[in-house]
Write a protein that binds this ligand. Structure first.
Ligand code: AMP
Length: 276
């Protein structure tokens, strides 16, 4: 096996039940990691809190190592919020600070709140939103666009784990690391102005806004407890070559190999003024 170990593979898992998306995850591994990591992702699909899937698809594809980009994670901070109203206002404030109008920010929040896939359903991927007009640009409004081919090195994971532990978030490592990888890849593209996200897991009420200026700003209380609806909005600058953008989001292989500052709770004002 070791003679193949310079080969790199993208592993992607998606699980669904009655055609409804339950969970998905991505990794980039060497040849000798394929079996363990595939097993981990399958276990993750089987033990998801929403329930047991009736379909699990694992895709394993070789990636040319020369095409992999190594990037630094966005700086991480949490702002304290204690209600959905407060959290959504904070998210709008940050988006506005990043140049997106209040109207477009509130439009995005209301789409996620009502179920971005229509009829109160989740999407498998993200909405692409024109940051100037609020128009939805993703070609398929049920599926959305799925960011893919991304991971974090073992060394960077260890550093992130330690820094999250120092701010009392060690227990949230898994979901924070997944979304920090995604946000860092996304904000690294020139077309993306910001990302808005909250989880569709019923027990996870946290979300975040990510921008180049503010980094990854974790926002608790983006939805009420036990609500199984969440989603992501990728705000883009327009005019845009949509096909090239989607290709980059889906296909460009990115590995986070450096971790930036990880700060505990900071007042919203300091996050906003800190960056002005
Ligand atoms: P999660 O944070 O995994 O609970 O995901 C919340 C929502 O974000 C999902 O319902 C999807 O709509 C979207 N999402 C999850 N993973 C991705 C991804 N890799 N790319 C784009 N959107 C995603």
């Amino acid at each position: 096996m070791t003679e193949h170990n310079d080969r790199i593979y993208s592993i992607r898992m998606r699980a669904s039940k009655e055609d409804r998306h339950i969970s998905g995850a991505e990794r980039i591994v060497r040849h000798d990691g394929i079996q363990d990591v595939s097993g981990e992702l399958i276990m993750r699909a089987l033990t998801h809190e929403i329930g047991s899937p009736d379909s699990i698809v694992v895709t394993i594809e070789q990636v040319n190592p020369e095409t992999i980009h190594h990037i630094t994670a966005l700086p991480f901070v949490t702002i304290p919020t204690s209600s959905v109203k407060e959290a959504h206002e904070a998210a709008s404030d940050i988006l506005e600070d990043a140049g997106i109008s209040r109207k477009v920010a509130e439009h995005a929040l209301s789409i996620l709140k009502n179920g971005p896939g229509g009829d109160g359903n989740n999407m498998r991927g993200a909405i692409i939103m024109d940051s100037r007009t609020g128009a939805r640009l993703e070609p398929d409004c049920y599926r959305g666009v799925r960011a893919s081919r991304m991971d974090m090195t073992k060394e960077a994971r260890d550093v992130l784990m330690e820094r999250l532990g120092q701010v009392g978030l060690g227990a949230r490592f898994k979901c924070i690391s997944d979304s920090l990888i995604l946000a860092s890849k996304l904000i690294g593209t020139t077309e993306t102005v910001a990302e808005l996200c909250w989880s569709d897991d019923p027990s996870n009420i946290n979300g975040y806004v990510a921008t180049r200026k503010h980094g990854y700003v974790r926002i608790p209380w983006m939805k009420e407890q036990n609500v199984p609806i969440g989603g992501r909005v990728f705000f883009v600058d327009t005019p845009i070559d949509l096909e090239a953008y989607i290709l980059k989001i889906e296909q460009k292989a990115v590995i986070v190999s450096e971790i930036s500052d990880v700060r505990g709770e900071q007042p919203l004002e300091s996050v906003l003024t800190h960056c002005k």
